[in-house]
Design a protein around this ligand. Structure first.
Ligand code: PSU
Ligand code: MN
Length: 310
């Protein structure tokens, strides 16, 4: 029988025990968000970016029904290259564990597992959120509801630009998820530097993010997630015209092909990567590497003040 218990990679277990900085990383971007064969190379580069900034990477995923915090290279390779890896949100974890599946964890599942494992900082590319047409389809990522109840700081470049960004920000407010811009008062637009929406708060340094985490811990009030929105520099974003054209065509194809549910996000990301001849892929990789670096510096700052939950 498979155990539902979380298995820690050896390096992550040591780091957590010694209160050294650890950054959680998700596996869905590897298995479903990035095309092969780049995905495995990028997965390793993300981990390296965390190490270069002085923290230990903990990529989270499910291998043969076992939930692993800190996949080793063989396990990472398996999730990146084997067919039939499931996309796992929180609701899927126990089912997949009981069945003995291979699975990649989304932002929602990664956040929940990381928090349970005592990791307080997580880096990804762009969060899930409210889809366009959600008024008809009800398609809202479980990332939002999970962040409402999970104490974790997520460093991201906002929410994916394929979504209804304004509606997503409204939902984050309703759900009580704090959003701070990193050196900006504009919410980033994932592939684009600026989504067009303002933010109430901005922080200027990893230390200041650590201050926020410490203040939350000191309050004794239940806080859910903290989104640290880290925009790409303008000269590194995807060309806005190319972005808008590609998005319009991708959404039209989505409808034509009848794609729904959890297949929507991977479908649109894959369409972007092929239709822009790799330009969006390069931008997506830059986003993730920058976020991994910032998350690691936040984890280092938090660990430096003895805040073991971050
Ligand atoms: N960010 C990326 N690429 C991705 C994702 C995020 O740069 O592939 C994934 C995350 O795992 C996120 C998921 O949780 O997309 C959202 O999927 P959905 O919209 O089905 O909830
Ligand atoms: Mn969805």
């Amino acid at each position: 029988m498979n155990s539902f218990h979380i298995r820690h990679g050896a390096e992550v277990a040591d780091a957590l025990r010694e209160h050294r900085p650890v950054v959680a990383l998700e596996s869905t971007i590897v298995s479903h968000g990035l095309p092969r064969p780049d995905n495995l190379r990028v997965a390793r580069e993300i981990e390296q970016a965390v190490r270069d900034a002085g923290a230990v990477p903990a990529t989270i995923g499910m291998v043969g029904g076992q939930l692993v915090v800190g996949l080793d290279d063989a396990e990472l390779t398996r999730l990146a290259t084997v067919d039939g890896v499931s996309k796992l949100s929180v609701r899927d974890l126990a089912v997949a564990a009981a069945i003995g599946a291979d699975g990649a964890t989304t932002v929602a599942a990664t956040s929940a597992v990381a928090a349970a494992a005592g990791i307080g900082v997580f880096a990804t590319g762009g969060l899930g959120g409210v889809h366009r047409e959600a008024a008809q389809t009800f398609d809202e990522s479980a990332d939002l509801g999970t962040l409402a109840r999970t104490p974790i700081a997520v460093v991201c470049a906002g929410v994916k630009s394929i979504l209804d960004v304004g509606a997503t920000l409204e939902r984050l407010e309703t759900l009580g998820v704090a959003v701070v811009g990193y050196r900006t008062r504009r919410f980033p637009g994932f592939y684009r530097t600026d989504s067009g929406f303002d933010l109430d708060w901005s922080v200027d340094s990893p230390e200041q993010v650590a201050d926020v985490l410490a203040a939350r811990a000191g309050h004794g009030v239940h806080h859910g997630g903290l989104i640290v929105a880290n925009p790409l520099p303008v000269d590194e974003q995807l060309d806005p015209d190319l972005h808008d054209r590609t998005l319009a065509e991708g959404l039209a194809r989505l409808e034509r092909d009848g794609v729904t549910g959890k297949a929507v996000t991977p479908y649109l990301l894959a369409y972007f990567h092929s239709a822009t001849a790799g330009a969006s892929l390069a931008v997506n990789v830059r986003i993730i590497l920058r976020n991994a670096d910032l998350a690691a510096r936040v984890a280092v700052a938090a660990a430096g003040r003895g805040d073991s939950a971050a």
